[in-house]
Design a protein around this ligand. Structure first.
Ligand code: SF4
Length: 106
């Protein structure tokens, strides 16, 4: 089992997101018209679209994220965790398969 295998979902806390935009470098996010980060999903939509069936309350499973470079599942999980750690406001929340928060630390 890899170091990142337990990582399952990711979401952005819109209240905590203050538009630092560091996360954009990871090619997993874009800023919406309020300047908040949203997750790009594999169907060309994003986590802010209530009609997008690949998100639930803004939460997206790792396998449903957009993957423009064809990263494998482990690379994708590592990338998600790195992006969350790079956010200076801890606005990116990563959960494991049990729904427990992996990042940010409690
Ligand atoms: S780095 Fe954090 S605060 Fe900045 S846009 Fe991304 S999620 Fe929001």
């Amino acid at each position: 089992m890899s170091e990142h295998e337990h990582i399952s979902t990711v979401e952005v806390d819109r209240d905590a997101c203050l538009t630092a935009a560091i996360c954009l470098a990871y090619q997993l996010y874009e800023l919406d018209d309020e300047g908040k980060a949203v997750l790009l999903t594999s169907n060309g939509s994003n986590s802010d679209d209530p009609a997008n069936e690949l998100q639930t309350g803004g939460r997206v499973a790792i396998e449903h994220l957009a993957n423009p470079e064809g990263w494998d599942a482990d690379e994708m999980r590592a990338r998600v965790l790195e992006s969350a750690k790079a956010c200076p406001f801890n606005a990116i929340i990563v959960r494991d398969t049990a729904g427990k928060v992996v990042w940010p630390p409690a």
